[in-house]
Ligand binder design. Structure first.
Ligand code: MG
Length: 179
């Protein structure tokens, strides 16, 4: 069995997001909104960079691939019942979409998890757009996954700022960059 290369997974991940109408900039705009009030001088470019770093994280990539695949299969009505109906109706008690998304965002600790909860409840920016396409498109998994990417990128921005404030040695921040 051939081992799938990281590069192949990274490319498939970005392709899946674009195909489903989610741009990196749209996610970065959520990150900006979440962090701007805690971070004077934060730029959209820093948020884009943070989203790009998060999209290299395997847990996030795998969550995107699984979630988008299930959304697409549900849209094509290719799933078995009752899963087909649970996913295409975005049944309120079906929590696997949130569970996968929270699981993927755990790597950045409590800021990521609490920000995810906030985004899940308030549906900001592209998350709201995905939510309003209901009935035409199935985005049951994607809205939560986008919230997880934004929450993780926001937590990353917050941690990075604190590191800079504390003047932690450059080497330490490199180690953090490499996670
Ligand atoms: Mg959902």
């Amino acid at each position: 069995m051939n081992r799938v290369s990281s590069q192949e997974v990274t490319e498939a991940t970005k392709k899946a997001l674009i195909e489903r109408g989610v741009s990196i900039r749209a996610i970065a705009e959520i990150v900006y909104e979440m962090q701007a009030s805690y971070n004077n001088g934060l730029t959209i470019e820093e948020c884009i960079e943070s989203v790009n770093m998060v999209l290299l994280k395997r847990e996030i990539q795998h969550a995107i691939l699984v979630g988008v695949e299930l959304d697409k299969l549900a849209e094509q009505r290719k799933l078995s019942e009752p899963l087909q109906s649970l996913i295409d109706s975005d049944e309120g008690l079906f929590g696997i979409d949130e569970t996968i998304a929270i699981g993927a965002s755990l790597g950045y600790g409590s800021i990521a998890v609490t920000t995810f909860g906030h985004l899940d409840k308030n549906k900001i920016g592209i998350i709201r757009e995905l939510d309003t396409k209901k009935g035409v498109k199935v985005n049951t998994f994607l809205d939560d996954i986008v919230a997880a990417i934004a929450a993780t990128a926001a937590a990353r921005v917050a941690h990075k700022k604190r590191d800079e404030e504390d003047r932690i040695a450059l080497e330490n921040s490199r180690i953090r960059e490499e996670w």
